[in-house]
Write a protein that binds this ligand. Structure first.
Ligand code: CAA
Length: 257
């Protein structure tokens, strides 16, 4: 499958997706969204693929939603088509995926990165929600996901001033899982994804579901949900294999059953 704005390759069990609109610093227009929806659906449906990495270029992960595409839209246009709602289909991806961010991740670019299960940043990464400078606000979940990731004080400051946060501050603030040299970003992210891809697949799905539940439920409900999923894994062949492999001092051999 080929896409207009996305390069997709499989490296073993890892799907590497690279945003490819260099002339617009990977600004997210409708075509990019259509390509992302199709590529993530294909990844989720492919049994040979266990983890994905979404990256951009060294200069820009994505410099935001496409301002030129949005500039002449009316309220009726935006509300009528529920503009940006298509990204819910990206966040509905069940398998784990990592955003590997070099350069600018601004506006919708920062918001897309935050849709990932976690972010690995190159040391040249710059995150920001500069929409206020265009007389609008975040519209792809930034006010919610940034606040949950880094807390109210910093999220509010970022959204109200539109300033950028560098990679070191993003790591200190909990926005990114780790920072690596920019030139090594993609290899490092694929390495991490390969490690995740080697885990028992149902346990990986369950892990993702239970951590995400922490954002949607009370602590008590979340703990019960976690426990039930944990109990459920004892109905899998891979749990028997994983614990036997530990006792026998060997690597587990997963069936995904
Ligand atoms: N939309 C459309 N085109 C964009 C774009 C965007 N978000 N960001 C960059 N581009 C285009 C530029 O217009 C330019 O195209 P032309 O050569 O045809 O003029 C090309 O990409 C290169 O950009 P610059 O010349 O501006 O590159 P630079 O290195 O001087 O600056 C930058 C880089 C600081 C990232 C700057 O491009 C910039 O500020 N971009 C806009 C960032 C922004 O405001 N993002 C938020 C968008 S709104 C949004 O995302 C809403 C939401 O919540 C989802």
């Amino acid at each position: 499958m080929t896409y207009e704005t996305l390069l997709v390759e499989q490296r073993g069990a890892v799907t590497l997706m690279t945003l490819n609109r260099p002339q617009a610093l990977n600004a997210l227009n409708s075509q990019v969204l259509a390509d992302l929806i199709a590529a993530f659906a294909a990844f989720d449906a492919d049994d040979s693929q266990r983890c994905a990495v979404l990256t951009g270029s060294e200069k820009a992960f994505a410099a935001g939603a496409d301002i030129k595409e949005m500039s002449s839209q009316s309220f009726a246009d935006m509300y009528g088509v529920n503009f940006f709602a298509g990204y819910d289909r990206v966040t509905a991806t069940r398998k784990p995926w990592i955003a590997a961010v070099n350069g600018f991740a601004l506006g919708g670019g920062c918001e897309l990165a935050m849709m990932a299960d976690f972010i690995i940043a190159g040391d040249n990464a710059k995150f920001g929600q500069p929409e206020i400078k265009l007389a609008v606000t975040p519209g792809m979940g930034g006010s919610q996901r940034l606040t949950r990731a880094i807390g109210k004080a910093k999220a509010m400051e970022m959204c109200l001033t539109g300033r950028m946060m560098d990679a070191a501050e993003a790591e200190r603030s909990g926005l990114v899982a780790k920072v690596v040299p920019a030139a090594e970003l993609v290899d490092e992210a694929v390495k991490t994804a390969t490690a995740i891809a080697a885990m028992a697949p149902l346990a990986a799905l369950a892990c993702k579901e239970m951590v995400n539940a922490a954002f949607e439920t009370t602590l008590q409900q979340g703990v019960v949900f976690e426990r039930r999923l944990f109990h459920g894994l004892f109905g899998t062949e891979d749990q028997k294999e994983g614990m036997a492999a530990f006792v026998e001092k060997r690597a587990g051999n997963w069936t995904g059953k």
